[in-house]
Design a protein around this ligand. Structure first.
Ligand SMILES: NC(=O)c1ccc[n+]([C@@H]2O[C@H](COP(=O)([O-])OP(=O)(O)OC[C@H]3O[C@@H](n4cnc5c(N)ncnc54)[C@H](OP(=O)(O)O)[C@@H]3O)[C@@H](O)[C@H]2O)c1
Length: 359
């Protein structure tokens, strides 16, 4: 695996953000400010935004001002040569498929949040702490597609939060069946997203395509690296997705069944002890504890717990026996940080750090 450039205290790796004006794109911009390894080299979006200064093109929804140098950058077309070895994609799925392939063909490593390539057999769907070995698909992808770049994907925002809570349990004890009911924030639908008329004082019990993504993507992430492919984890998963009038943070109520059930204490210990390669390598975006366990009976809550680990930790709580399955619990995660931009940046850091070490 190649790495992106020589790092020195002065020299940072230029990265491009595709879909820079959207909800995920804005989070990329915010998280990349003062990043120790990466700096924003290009911002791109649709023809509606191209040619305009970023501050004019974007409807900025982040709780800090746009940094001046970024505010003045001209938004480019996504079809332009952006000349960055790393490309972060927060593109709408209507255009992400072809554009991401084009950047990989030109030699960039694309870290994508769009659904288009997640389930492609030669594309890794990575949660850095859980399945970094799936990155071994990249040389196969490059050979098969005849490109020097790569596409590495993030899962759907609810999937990342659910899979991160399930992963350590699957690795340690082996899961048989999972049921998850989601309560998803409006920022998960991008900006302007769900009309206020539909969601204020309401719950919408349908998010197009979401349940299927949660079920299939979780099986891929928790699956094993076979010969040139991922063998899906043989876990039966059933998801029900709901949109709720919360700004940020996806909450999920989860029931789980094991082949050989551990004790409640063993599950809690497994979550508390969990860490992966990002923690070992002390990557810049890695939270010290990817999974936080809270004890209060009425937590986690989006308003109170969403910023745990700077948005990169998920919070689990309310673990208790389930009369139908073995156990049930609640999990919360930040959908645009751990569920999107932050997770992509962590994947890029992981590739840079591991390939750099080999080099
Ligand atoms: N929101 C989340 O929590 C979340 C989490 C995980 C994954 N995702 C995925 O991440 C992607 C972005 O989501 P979002 O919530 O940020 O959506 P969004 O707010 O609607 O932003 C979409 C972005 O795509 C750009 N775009 C739209 N049409 C384009 C075109 N024809 N050519 C080039 N650029 C185009 C938009 O640019 P303009 O502003 O110029 O139109 C905007 O920058 C989606 O694929 C989504 O499924 C979202």
């Amino acid at each position: 695996m190649r790495y992106f450039g020589t790092m020195s205290a002065r020299e940072k790796i230029p990265v491009a953000v595709l879909g820079a004006t959207g909800a995920v794109g804005q989070k990329f911009v915010r998280l990349l400010v003062n990043h120790p390894w990466f700096e924003v080299g290009a911002l791109a979006a649709s023809q509606r935004s191209a040619g305009r200064p970023y501050a004019e093109a974007v409807s900025w929804k982040q709780p800090s001002q746009i940094p001046l140098d970024i505010a003045e950058m001209t938004v480019q077309s996504c079809w332009a040569e952006l000349n960055c070895p790393i490309v972060f994609s927060g593109l709408d799925s209507s255009v992400a498929g072809k554009l991401e392939q084009e950047f990989a063909r030109r030699g960039s490593w694309v870290f994508s949040n769009a659904k288009n390539h997640r389930m492609d057999a030669d594309v890794p769907l990575v949660i850095a702490e859980l399945n970094s070995e799936h990155l071994q698909l990249v040389p196969l992808q490059q050979e098969k597609r005849g490109w020097h770049g790569a596409i590495v994907t993030n899962a759907n925002c609810s999937t990342i939060i659910l899979a991160l809570s399930l992963g350590p349990l699957q690795q340690r004890f082996g899961l048989k069946r999972v049921q998850a009911v989601t309560f998803q924030a409006i920022s998960g639908a991008g900006y302007p997203g769900v009309p206020s008329w539909d969601v204020l004082g309401n719950v919408v019990p349908y998010i197009a395509g979401e349940e299927e993504k949660i079920e299939s993507e979780t099986q891929k992430i928790l699956g094993g690296l076979g010969k040139g492919r991922i063998d899906s984890a043989p876990i039966r998963i059933s998801a029900q997705a709901n949109r709720v009038p919360v700004e940020e943070g996806h909450l999920q109520c989860v029931s789980i069944e094991f082949h050989d059930p551990p004790s409640q204490q063993e599950i809690l210990k497994c979550w508390r002890d969990f860490g992966g390669l990002p923690q070992q390598l002390e990557l810049p975006s890695a939270p010290p504890e990817p999974i936080l366990v809270c004890n209060q009976p009425d937590r986690p809550q989006p308003r109170l717990d969403i910023h745990a680990g700077k948005g990169m930790s998920i919070t689990v709580g309310r673990l208790r026996p389930c009369p139908v399955m073995d156990f049930k619990y609640v999990v919360l995660g930040h959908n645009t940080v751990r569920g999107a931009a932050g997770a992509s940046i962590l994947n890029a850091e992981l590739v840079e750090a591991t390939a750099g070490r080999e080099g």
